[in-house]
Every structure is written in C-alpha cells, then in structure tokens.
Design a protein around this ligand. Sequence first.
Ligand SMILES: Nc1ncnc2c1ncn2[C@@H]1O[C@H](COP(=O)(O)OP(=O)(O)OP(=O)(O)O)[C@@H](O)[C@H]1O
Ligand SMILES: O=C(O)[C@H](O)COP(=O)(O)O
Length: 401
Amino acid sequence: MATKKSVSSLKGADLKGKRVFVRVDLNVPLDDNLNITDDTRIRAAVPTIKYLMDYDARVILSSHLGRPKGVTPKYSLKPLVPRLSELLGVDVKMANDCIGEEVVKIVSEIPEGGVLLLENVRFYKEEEKNDPEFAKKLASLADIYVNDAFGTAHRAHASTEGVAKYLKPAVAGFLMQKELDYLVGAVANPKKPFAAIVGGSKVSSKIGVIESLLEKVDLLFLGGGMIFTFYKAQGLSVGSSLVEEDKLDLATSLIVKAKVKGVKLLLPTDVVVADKFAPDANSKVVPASEIPDGWMGLDIGPDSIKTFNEALDTTKTIIWNGPMGVFEFEKFAAGTEAIAKKLAELSGKGVTTIIGGGDSVAAVEKAGLADKMSHISTGGGASLELLEGKPLPGVLALDDA
Ligand SMILES: Nc1ncnc2c1ncn2[C@@H]1O[C@H](COP(=O)(O)OP(=O)(O)OP(=O)(O)O)[C@@H](O)[C@H]1O
Ligand SMILES: O=C(O)[C@H](O)COP(=O)(O)O
C-alpha cells in the first residue's frame, strides 16, 4: 500500500499535564432535531481520549461535521457534547470557536484529565484550504498532536495534515493505528485464500479498488448496481437496470485482467428484479441472463447467495466494500444481509473479516452484526482510497515510528 509502513504511536509519549490536540472524526449523522442517529464514530474515538485522560493529559478535541460553508448553526458540534460526556464519564467542555483568544483562555483552564471540544473546524474556509497560518493557530493550542481521525485521513486539511508540520510530536491515535493495521496490514499480508467482495452502485466509483484488489486477492465477488455493466459487456440484456454505457470496455478488461491474474471472478447468477425503483415495487427472481425489458435488478438472487456462501467458506481473509443490492429497501436487502450473516459466521471460525467503510458498514450495523466482524472501518472515502493504494495525507504527515 502506498502509505507509511508504520507511524509513531501515542504509547510512550510523555503526557502528564500536556495539552494534546486530538483530531477526531466526529462527523456523525444527525436528524432534523439534531439527535445523533449513529454514534459509531464517537464510540470509536473513546479509547484514545480515555487513555489521554488516564495519563493526566489536557485533551483538546477537534473535528469537522458536515460540509458547512462558513459558520452554520446546524453543523455545530454542540449536540455531540452530552453523548461524548456520557461515554467518557466526564463533563466535556465546549468552545464556541476553534481558534482565537477566547479558545486560548479556555484551553489554559483545562484541568489534568479534562476534555475540551472545539467548535467545527470547517467553520473556517482555511481548514479545507490547508492554510498554513490557520494550521499554526491550531498548533499553538497544544504541546502534542494526535491524529485519530481515520475517516478524514484522505483529506489534506489544516487540522488533519497542515498542523502536523507545526506541532511535534505528531502521532497516530489508537483508532488510526487499528484501521491501518487491518486495512494495510491484513490486505498486504492476508491469510489465504483472500477474497474481496465489492458492491455498491457504480463500477466507475470502484474501478480503483477493483484494480488494486485484483493484484492481491484469490477470489473477487461482485454485486450491487455495478454488475449490470458487466452483464451488458458480456452481451446480456439488463432491462432498465443501472448501466454505465461508457464503462463497458472497462468491465471487459477487468474480466480479462482477473483471468490473467488467476483470480476467480464471481458474478451473481441470478438477480431480484423490480418493476420500479421503490420499496413497494413488484419483484421476482430471474436468471442473470433473463432480465425482462422494463425490469431492473435491485439485488442478487438466492442461487447467487448460495454460490457466494460456498465459495466464501473456502477463504481465510475477506474484505467487503459496498452493498449487494438496494439494502435500504427491505425487499431488496436479502443479498446484503446474507453476506453480512456469512461473514459474521466465518469470523466465529477464525476467518479475518474486514468491512471497508461506507454503506456496507451501515448494512452490517442494520443487521446487528457489527460486533461479530474482525474489523469495521470508520472511514468510507478514506478506506476506499487506502484500498486503492492511494497515500493518505493525514497519515503521511505523522512522525515515522
Ligand atoms: N442494483 C442496484 N441498483 C441501484 N443501486 C444499487 C444497487 N445495488 C446497490 N445499490 C446502491 O448502492 C449504494 C451504495 O453504493 P456506494 O458505491 O456508495 O457504496 P459504498 O462503497 O458502500 O458506500 P461509500 O461510497 O459511502 O463508501 C446504496 O445506496 C445501494 O442502494
Ligand atoms: O464522512 C466522511 O467520509 C469523513 O468524515 C470525511 O468527510 P468529507 O467527505 O466531508 O471530507
């Protein structure tokens, strides 16, 4: 993988009384009433923060939320304070800003073992521009930089990359370390046979990851909306299923590449088709070669699930990115749920199972199987970029081990 071999860790750092700037990814979904609908990322940030508290550091937490253009109340991090306080067992203080005199004063008042949450760092356009003056202001708040925001590590922003130039030591938190161990370590040195399951809506958004995984895996399973581009490339009718006409040649070349590399490529043999894109659509199961005109494939079928399951039984490491169907609609969630169940079962038998972020994580959570997997990534875009072999700026900026 095109990233650092190992980054400096938090363990061993002299922490007592030190002001530690911790970049976390608290970009959690909120509903219209600003209630947190999934607190996974907050829970994932806890081990590093607790460690710092236990070692009497003064903890300064920084995160973004959403993609605000300037100061936008609905993107304030304030609604996260109660849950964060509950999980940490302390009263987390909240600053109204992330830089400036007022913040400097509040930081100076953090007691040993105390935690301060800074306001959304993206309220400043300088954050995404990776402005050096802004990064210096963030850096001036602390003695140590910890990056635990794996989910944002693919962004070269001031709080994820720039700040590490001005604040040393710059080390990885425990979540960052764990994500890298699994997504870099397990993929670089997998127990074999090694399988990848790639789904999601479009082949265009997964080209990089498929090409990169073809270099490493023994088996590649494809599902989701992208399969229809592969079917059409093979001359099959796909009805009104999602197809990327400009990616037909690419699909053919990926099939050829798999052959050349000796990778067993499994495409679903049957699909669940619908007469419209809706939760209450009429549906039926048809062979992949017999999708009727006017119908669209929205899930993999029972035969495919059986074949996939049997092939997965032979593997020792599995990485999964992207749902098998439109799992948001109950009628078309069976394929994704079946894969989630299979991976949970295999984890119990010692197979390493890694869920590579984004919607597949949502599907595993929905199935109540998250705690059964070897590793569930907190990063959607970041895990995808890492699996594509791209360097993550937030990791590269950290000190070498
Ligand atoms: N057959 C299909 N037709 C249309 N859409 C589909 C089909 N199968 C899956 N999808 C949709 O694909 C979407 C997920 O695609 P995406 O490429 O975003 O996956 P992901 O990689 O898991 O997510 P992320 O990009 O957030 O990491 C889901 O919303 C799902 O409904
Ligand atoms: O949710 C994510 O993938 C991360 O928090 C990064 O957010 P972004 O895509 O807005 O940079």
